[in-house]
Design a binder for this molecule. Structure first.
Ligand SMILES: Nc1ncnc2c1ncn2[C@@H]1O[C@H](COP(=O)(O)OP(=O)(O)OP(=O)(O)O)[C@@H](O)[C@H]1O
Ligand SMILES: [Mg+2]
Length: 281
């Protein structure tokens, strides 16, 4: 099961019977799904439904309680796996950008290439410049994160992940910390990436993006996949009442306010961040 994993038609991500508990709290309660190579899958669902936990299990930032996860032919849940080697093939972009504040955009892109992939300085810099240009920031290589807008910082974070030549990219609400006017540029970069054939698993509240870009949408609630299908099916014509209720809250913010924000499902209260649970990373 481990090994090269370049077989044809093999899934980029395969998740079987995934369970994750934090103490007594069962956050993932038996998740099965897969992402094919080149596919874009958007995961939607209320706050606290386990979306981030699912993503974090895929690259073993969280250790599953039970189940089996395979990434590009390598079983990451195999106790013998070289997880660093697997993680190198996975690009991850979070809500918060996690750039090094004391390094320029260019340096933020070269540091891991040099340390992890052992690229020499000129090679790392060339790849960094290519990727900064790809996200529309060719003129910002000397800027420090504090000199960039949130949207620009997030695009640097995407370029940084791309500079590592990932086989797939995981995105966890990459635009939800951004001012509305900055969201579009980041989504445009992600759209272009999808068009280039990148395999992407994207947790998002951007229904327009999901409808337009996703090959498949997965709706999660309460640690389970409630339904999945094409965007037209799941977002356009949801079969389950829970999906419909979620979508009406997301698509109509005034409904969300009446409901008490779309973070109400995190009512187990374990994150303890107060009233605005939606902004956890
Ligand atoms: N390290 C942890 N320890 C304890 N509980 C956790 C931990 N991480 C997550 N949880 C809990 O697991 C549940 C699912 O969290 P998760 O972050 O996966 O939800 P989410 O669907 O990503 O929500 P959001 O839309 O708010 O980001 C929540 O109840 C959360 O409080
Ligand atoms: Mg989350």
């Amino acid at each position: 099961m481990t090994g090269g994993g370049d077989g044809n038609g093999e899934n980029a991500i395969e998740v079987r019977g995934l369970h994750k508990a934090f103490g007594a709290l069962e956050v993932l309660r038996g998740i099965d799904f897969s992402v094919a190579r080149g596919e874009v899958v958007c995961v939607i669902g209320p706050s606290g439904s386990g979306k981030s936990t699912l993503l974090r299990c895929v690259n073993l930032l969280e250790e599953p309680t039970a189940g089996r996860i395979t990434v590009a032919g390598t079983e990451v849940t195999d106790p013998e796996v070289d997880i660093d080697r697997v993680r190198r093939r996975i690009g991850m972009v979070f809500q918060s950008f996690n750039l090094f504040p004391h390094l320029t955009a260019l340096e933020n892109l070269t540091i891991a290439q040099r340390r992890v992939l052992r690229r020499d300085r000129p090679t790392a810099a060339r790849i960094a410049r290519d990727q900064l240009a790809r996200v529309g920031l060719g003129d910002k290589e000397a800027a420090y994160p504090a000199q960039l807008s949130g949207g620009q910082q997030q695009r640097v974070a995407i370029a940084r992940a791309l500079a590592m030549d990932p086989e797939l990219m995981l995105f966890d609400e990459p635009t939800s910390a951004l001012d509305p006017e900055l969201v579009g540029d980041v989504l445009a970069v992600m759209r272009a990436l999808a068009r280039d054939g990148m395999t992407m698993l994207v947790v998002t509240h951007e229904m327009g993006f999901a409808r337009e870009v996703a090959d498949r949408v997965v709706f999660m609630d309460g640690g389970l996949v409630v339904e999945e299908g094409t965007p037209g099916q799941v977002v356009g014509a949801p079969r389950h009442e829970r999906t419909r209720a979620f979508l009406s809250r997301v698509l109509d913010p005034t409904a969300a306010e009446v409901d008490g924000t779309d973070g109400t499902d995190a009512a187990d209260g374990t994150d303890g961040t107060g009233p605005t649970t939606g902004q956890r990373t």
